[in-house]
Design a protein around this ligand. Structure first.
Ligand code: ZN
Length: 632
């Protein structure tokens, strides 16, 4: 399918105008918007289908202003149509997008069988409908992201229009080469950022920070090649871990005003973590080179995509996101470049096995010539125990400490591992393997991240989704308790056994440190690691047997004597281990010609690249940062 210009699109619509009902064609980012005086016509007829087939793009129909029912009237009309048990929270009208936004608990009932209810609303009022789920757990982040989007409606329409014009511009150059340059994240875990270029386009895959990095290697290296930040066409974010998106707001401070493509949960989770990072930076006098203003700009410029929704993003690049199975909303990025010239698959971080939360990574693509693959656990000896063994070991450790009246402290990152561990704990409670008296306290951004999980049920695996739709939501387990302001002291003083999940995952800061200082000198307690501990982090040092830790108490240095038990349970990782990575390379369909291994320590990347060559014959390398690789 050839790439179209805006003029081509207008011409196609004019020549194939369904029933002559389209009065104007416009753009909202990659989507084509058709305006009409007669929206009900399109609901009753199939005539739009042949036009969509010709355009091969997402098409949105919107009413002309004169065909809209006044909001007050429309609202009471909608209230009459909607069933009570849909539990509607809010009905708001967006004049610019000519949409009515309906927020409800039971979206299925708002849509109705075969979209019956939805269509009734559109036909009665002329307003298009946008649906939002009320999270079963209240979420401040979801509320504020939704507010930013609604309140910037006029501005966003302008942004989307100009993005659309850029996408469907007349190209200056024909696409006869493709190259990739890692600006960070090659032969390292941290600051992932890959520049993909053609004669016409400049696109970034991810824009992360290196949380454990020093002054000189904390951020991606933008000195590379001829790149000016304001020359970028677009940025695509694979998932919401800081090492993949922590530097994104910086671009908006230094001249970028283009779009960000990612899934909806990624948008919300990354907003949460960036705001948290800005606040922590301010508190700890280690300020990031951007503020919450730029985070807000990023939200306004984000264009969410569903998995497998195809979107043109430049005159010679077409983007599709696929499920990566790593954390909620995580994506594998597929780029179709030129008219069939080249196809890139960038895995981001992947998990190629089942977990309690998500489906395994997608491995079927329309085409792939170059695979850019993560290698975090790609080293020769990087094997993870199977999940059943890991869960059994976790239970043994928990019982051991809890039966002694001890407190169990589990350091975790807010997104991903926390929710996975929560689902395992839920099953322990359900099968009475742990006393129902034991509370699980969640401190840091874990509760908020869990609330975001409950908002995007479509992204969870089928089993979990079915359980929730059938009325049992394991995230709402009574034992799970959000630690609010002031609760922390009480928990620390209490003599009762409990489980605490607290950030940060590698004990580089955050509430986990407070608990640790308080619990460390009591041998009844347990520190339980379930995640990756990077070299140099406090977590790694304690794991390696550090028992005397100097700490600051009221300005004086005191020595903390670690007597609590320190245990590690592997097997809960959101990453594919070496066996799974090789399994992925074996299964990926079709086979790539070339593999670039990134996102891993130098030796692991090189070893995995060598193995991929010897096992499958792929031309495999582990490029370094700022090495430009010409793909065609
Ligand atoms: Zn990740």
């Amino acid at each position: 399918m050839a790439f179209l210009e805006f003029n081509d699109i207008k011409k196609i619509v004019k020549e194939n105008n369904p029933g002559g009902k389209v009065t104007k064609v416009d753009l909202e980012g990659p989507k084509v918007v058709l305006y009409t005086d007669d929206l009900p016509f399109f609901i009753d007829s199939d005539e739009i289908k042949s036009l969509v087939n010709l355009l091969k793009k997402r098409v949105i129909l919107r009413s002309n202003a004169n065909a809209l029912m006044p909001p007050d009237e429309a609202k009471s009309e909608i209230e009459k149509i909607l069933p009570d048990d849909a539990v509607v929270k809010e009905i708001v009208f967006d004049d610019y997008f000519r949409e009515v936004i309906i927020e409800a608990e039971k979206l299925g009932l708002v849509i109705g069988r075969k979209s019956e209810t939805l269509n009734k609303i559109i036909k009665a009022t002329g307003w298009q409908v946008k649906l939002l789920r009320t999270p079963p757990i209240q979420s401040d982040i979801i509320d504020s992201v939704r507010k930013i989007i609604l309140n910037s409606s006029k501005e966003r329409q302008k942004i989307l229009k100009s993005v659309g014009k850029q996408i469907y511009r007349k190209p200056d150059a024909s696409c006869d080469w493709v190259r990739v340059t890692p600006l960070g994240g090659a032969r390292q875990v941290g600051r992932s950022c890959f520049l993909i270029q053609t004669p016409e386009s400049n696109v970034l895959l991810d824009c992360g920070i290196n949380p454990a990095g020093s002054e000189t290697n904390r951020f991606p290296d933008f000195r590379a090649s001829d790149l000016a930040i304001n020359k970028l066409d677009s940025v695509i974010i694979s998932h919401s871990h800081l090492d993949h998106m922590g530097f994104l707001p910086y671009l908006y401070k230094y001249g970028y005003d283009g779009p960000v493509y990612c899934t909806e949960p990624t948008r919300d989770l990354m907003t949460m973590l960036q705001i948290d990072a800005v606040e922590i930076g301010e508190k700890e006098n280690n300020e990031l080179p951007f503020s919450s203003n730029e985070v807000k700009e990023m939200v306004k410029h984000t264009i969410p995509l569903d998995y497998e929704e195809v979107a043109d993003i430049t005159p010679d690049m077409r983007l599709t996101l696929y499920d990566a199975g790593h954390i909620l909303g995580s994506s594998i990025i597929h780029l179709h470049i030129g008219d069939g010239l080249h196809n890139i698959v960038y895995t981001g971080d992947i998990k190629f096995g089942s977990t309690k939360l998500l489906e395994p990574a997608n491995f079927r693509f329309p085409r792939v010539e170059t695979l850019i693959m993560e290698g975090t656990y790609g080293g020769r000896y990087d094997a993870q125990p199977n999940r059943r063994d890991a869960e059994n070991l976790l239970l043994i450790h928990l019982k051991n400490a809890l039966s002694n009246n001890g407190k169990v402290l589990i350091p975790v990152f807010a997104v991903g591992r926390s929710q996975e561990v929560l689902m395992v704990l839920e099953s322990f409670y359900r099968f009475n393997k742990i006393s129902p008296e034991i509370p699980v306290y969640l401190d840091g951004m874990i509760w908020e991240a869990t609330a975001i999980h409950t908002t995007y049920l479509e992204h969870l695996n089928e089993r979990l989704r079915k359980r929730i739709f059938n009325g049992y939501n394991p995230f709402l387990t009574e034992n799970f308790k959000n630690v609010k302001h002031g609760d922390r002291e009480k928990i620390m003083k209490s003599k009762d056994p409990c489980i605490i999940l607290a950030t940060s995952g590698m004990m580089t800061g955050g509430p986990v440190i407070e608990y640790f200082k308080n619990f460390a000198e009591d041998e009844k307690n347990m520190l339980l690691f379930v995640g990756y501990q990077a070299e140099g982090s406090m977590g790694k040092r304690i794991q390696n047997g550090l028992v005397e830790i100097p700490i600051d108490v009221g300005g004086k240095t005191k020595s903390l004597n670690v007597k609590m038990k320190v245990e590690t349970v592997d097997g809960f990782s959101g990453h594919a281990d070496r066996r799974q990575l090789l399994g992925y390379a074996k299964k990926i369909d079709p086979k790539p010609k070339r593999v670039l291994v990134v996102h891993g320590e130098s030796e692991k990347c090189m070893n995995l690249a060598m193995t991929l060559y010897s096992m499958f014959g792929f031309e495999s390398t582990a490029p370094q940062n700022l090495d430009t690789v010409r793909l065609i």
